[in-house]
Design a protein around this ligand. Structure first.
Ligand SMILES: Nc1ncnc2c1ncn2[C@@H]1O[C@H](COP(=O)(O)OP(=O)(O)OP(=O)(O)O)[C@@H](O)[C@H]1O
Ligand SMILES: [Mg+2]
Length: 420
């Protein structure tokens, strides 16, 4: 008996899930569903294999496939080259201190090493016990600090003084070095740590670039290989600000939007993987609709998958059977995204968005539209950050210190997209 809208099509669950692929034993989103990007993957593998301590930034617009790409590379480093990796990654929060980053890196190294070394070997590595104590102490202090901030009502400054850290970056660095070199002595090729969504630090770029400068020595520990994922402006706004940091990172690996044939292949693989037994599978959407949304979302795979999934949930049924095309999808998607934009943006912002959309397909910078919108630089900058937060515009590339944007697919659908 059918329990969801996908079962009658011969598949278990939604083939349009938007989560990154996973390298643990995930049944629904295994890394085997990875397609394309062979040259980029080879390049990153070579760079990682080429040194005993490496750092690489994978940059790309939101939803282009950064996390999944890094997962793929990690899985190959583990299976083909004997590296220690973990399926998890460190989520970078909006605010981070050098000590917290040190503790996160240590935790991540231990997680990766657990996957290649038996517990009794891991625990005898030089520095393991001290690592455990250091991480526990960091956590205890972080908790104490937040409790006292909440409880005392006092200013942050006084709390900081009261709970001055008892240890500094040097100790974290020493522990990282001991663990990573100890692992290499046990035959591990290297230890990989995956830091994700570094663009979260962009709220305070100055603070973030100083943090990376202060944390620089963590990144140079022998045996440690860092894979970082971030949106395009992270490199120009934060990573390359201080020469000390810039010099230890190579130019970022920029992920281009996935080609349509790879997107079609990705969806076909998902359908095959989710197929129920030997049942025949009916594709939920036409390949033309996939092509149209692919063009519209300009490389934002997450946005495109979300739109396909939403179209199915809203329109698929006995009146409109699979596969859905644009004529069925558009009438449900346009009002949905219109509603979202109206609730997230003010009327004047919507009017500006429409004028930006009238510029057509070309990408644009803030400086390009000041005259067009008749606004000051300050107002355009505020407008862009509101539009970006509402996912109405999308940063697609940066050139020097300039950031280029396009109108996001959901906004184009909301503003009355018509297929040519
Ligand atoms: N090479 C690929 N092969 C198969 N599926 C992919 C590939 N790249 C991305 N995807 C799928 O596309 C979606 C978006 O990918 P992912 O989450 O990796 O993007 P992202 O760039 O990390 O996004 P964000 O900027 O939000 O962090 C996910 O559902 C993922 O499974
Ligand atoms: Mg991601």
């Amino acid at each position: 008996m059918a329990t969801n809208i996908w079962n009658p099509l011969g598949i278990r669950t939604s083939p349009f899930f938007q989560e990154a692929l996973d390298i643990s034993e995930s049944d629904l989103r295994p890394i085997d569903l990875f397609v394309g990007r062979a040259d980029e993957a080879e390049n990153v593998l070579q760079r990682t294999l080429g040194g005993d301590s490496t750092r690489l930034l994978v940059s790309g617009q939101p939803g282009v496939g950064k996390t999944t790409f890094i997962q793929h590379v990690k899985s190959r480093l583990a299976s083909e080259h004997g590296f220690a990796v973990s399926s998890e990654f460190c989520r970078v929060p909006h605010q981070l201190s050098v000590t917290a980053l040190g503790a996160d890196l240590l935790r991540a190294v231990v997680r990766s090493l657990r996957n290649v070394l038996p517990g009794n070997v891991l625990e005898t590595l030089g520095g393991f016990e001290r690592t455990r104590a250091l991480v526990e102490e960091t956590e205890r202090r972080a908790r104490q600090w937040s409790v006292s901030v909440l409880g005392s009502g006092g200013g942050l400054g006084s709390d900081r003084k009261r709970h001055r850290p008892a240890f500094g970056p040097d100790q974290f660095q020493d522990m990282l070095a001991e663990l990573c070199s100890g692992a290499m002595a046990q035959g591990v090729a290297g230890t990989v740590v995956h830091l994700n969504n570094l663009e979260n630090l962009e709220r305070d770029p100055e603070e973030a670039s100083l943090l990376l400068r202060d944390a620089r020595d963590y990144f140079l520990v022998p045996g440690l290989h860092l894979l970082l994922g971030a949106t395009p402006d992270f490199h120009s706004r934060i990573l390359s600000v201080h020469a000390q940091v810039r010099s230890v990172f190579r130019p970022p690996m920029a992920l281009a939007p996935m080609k349509l044939e790879d997107v079609q292949e990705m969806l076909q693989r998902r359908l095959d993987h989710l197929r129920i037994g030997r049942q025949e599978v009916t594709p939920p959407v036409t390949s033309e609709l996939v092509g149209q949304l692919h063009t519209l979302f300009r490389g934002d795979l997450r946005g495109m998958l979300g739109a396909l999934e939403e179209a199915c949930y809203q329109a698929l049924g006995s009146l409109r059977p699979a596969p859905l095309g644009l004529e069925e999808a558009l009438p449900v998607l346009a009002p949905l995204y219109q509603g979202q934009l109206v609730s997230e943006l003010r009327r004047a912002e919507l009017a500006h968005l429409e004028r930006l959309a009238a510029l057509g397909e070309k990408d644009f910078r803030q400086a390009d539209v000041i005259d067009h919108l008749g606004l000051s630089q300050g107002r355009v900058s505020a407008l862009f950050s509101r539009l970006e937060r509402a996912q109405a515009i999308l940063p697609i590339r940066s050139e020097g210190r300039s950031q280029y944007f396009v109108i996001a697919g959901r906004a184009r659908l909301a503003l009355g997209y018509r297929a040519d």
